[in-house]
Design a protein around this ligand. Structure first.
Ligand SMILES: [Zn+2]
Length: 351
């Protein structure tokens, strides 16, 4: 392989890593904002419950003082009834007493209704203690996000330095072509395997493939434009792998709807001696959980989850590196589109 091609491969790796880190840095504030919004909603609930309780308390005091007033009136009417002269006057007083008693029982009923309503406010206030714990947890998460961002930025600075150094070693025309492909596609370099471009899977003409094997000049894929390289050791590596009992990385994606929320995206992968299921929030792409099962394939371990969800098909991202905090935006967008949950998306769903 020519030194120039080696430089290009390294430059491509750096460009992709820069893109990944830039994405991650952009993603973290969104994750933090989503967490903070949730916290703010919980706080608002506690505040409104506190206010409602106060209102209810003063309403109760008012009703109690009304009751006292009516009771005083009743005893006054009773006193008067002892000294009335006519039957008519007596009846009128009894009528007044009856009316006052009705007012008292109305007030008492309203007090009871208010007390029943207060139960839910008390529950909201009890949640306040939990809220305080959650706040501490969120502060930790934010601190973690800040740390990751700082680390990413340091890595980015280092990568940009390496990038500049490499670019200075590559001639202008090649660099211009590299940049053009980079701007359009994820990865400007692709391996040619079995005479095919491994990125777009289009067959190469035999003459082009021979040029690539000769290694005298740079060869581009005529379909996607990527600069191609050929790894003569691949065939040997492949047969090595087969001898030692290789495993194939299998993967699957599902969308599971949720009655109360946006639902979840599930990512399944098999590894050498285990398998895992990752769970992402379908609205924000935030990583929610990862379940690992040892000595099983995901088809065995997550049978129910696999059969319940909507099948999705995407270009597999690197789950450990790119999806640890949240799904990359372009992956999230594609998944939402396929699941039919993106705003304005079609309900194109492959079952
Ligand atoms: Zn291609």
């Amino acid at each position: 392989m020519s030194p120039e091609l080696k430089n290009l491969i390294e430059l491509d790796r750096i460009a992709q890593e820069i893109a990944r880190l830039t994405d991650e840095i952009a993603q973290l504030p969104k994750v933090v904002a989503a967490i903070e919004a949730k916290l703010a909603r919980a706080r608002a609930q506690v505040e409104s419950a506190t206010k409602a309780l106060k209102d209810q308390e003063s309403q109760k005091r008012k009703l109690e003082s009304d009751i006292q007033d009516w009771q005083q009136k009743i005893s006054k009417f009773r006193d008067q009834s002892l000294s009335v002269k006519t039957n008519e006057q007596y009846k009128a007083l009894m009528h007044e007493i009856e009316f006052a008693q009705k007012q008292i029982s109305d007030c008492e009923e309203q007090i009871l209704i208010g007390m029943e309503g207060a139960d839910s406010y008390h529950k909201a206030l009890k949640d306040e203690a939990e809220l305080k714990l959650e706040t501490a947890e969120i502060e930790k998460e934010k601190e973690h996000a800040r740390k990751v961002t700082a680390e990413d930025e340091a890595k980015l600075a280092e990568l940009r330095k390496q990038q500049a150094e490499l670019r200075s070693q590559i001639d202008d025309a090649t660099l211009a072509h590299f940049e053009r492909v980079s701007a359009k596609r994820k990865g400007a370099i692709a391996e040619a395997i079995d005479q095919k471009c491994a990125a777009c899977n289009v067959m190469m003409r035999p003459q082009r493939f021979n040029e690539l094997l000769a290694g005298q000049s740079l060869v581009n894929c005529e379909s996607c434009g990527r600069i191609l390289f050929h790894d003569p050791n691949r065939a040997a590596k492949e047969s090595d792998r087969n001898r030692t009992g290789s495993y194939t990385i299998e993967k699957a994606w599902r969308y599971v709807a949720d009655e109360s929320g946006p639902g979840r995206f599930l990512a399944f992968v098999n590894a050498k001696h285990s398998c895992s299921m990752r769970i992402f929030d379908a609205a924000t792409g935030q990583a929610l959980d990862k379940v690992v099962k040892k000595k099983m394939t995901f088809k065995e371990a997550f049978r129910d989850e696999l059969s319940a969800g909507v099948h999705l098909h995407i270009e597999q991202p690197n789950l450990d590196e790119e999806c640890a905090v949240a799904l990359p935006p372009e992956v999230l967008e594609e998944l939402q589109l396929q699941a039919g949950i993106a705003p304005g998306a079609s309900t194109r769903v492959s079952a």
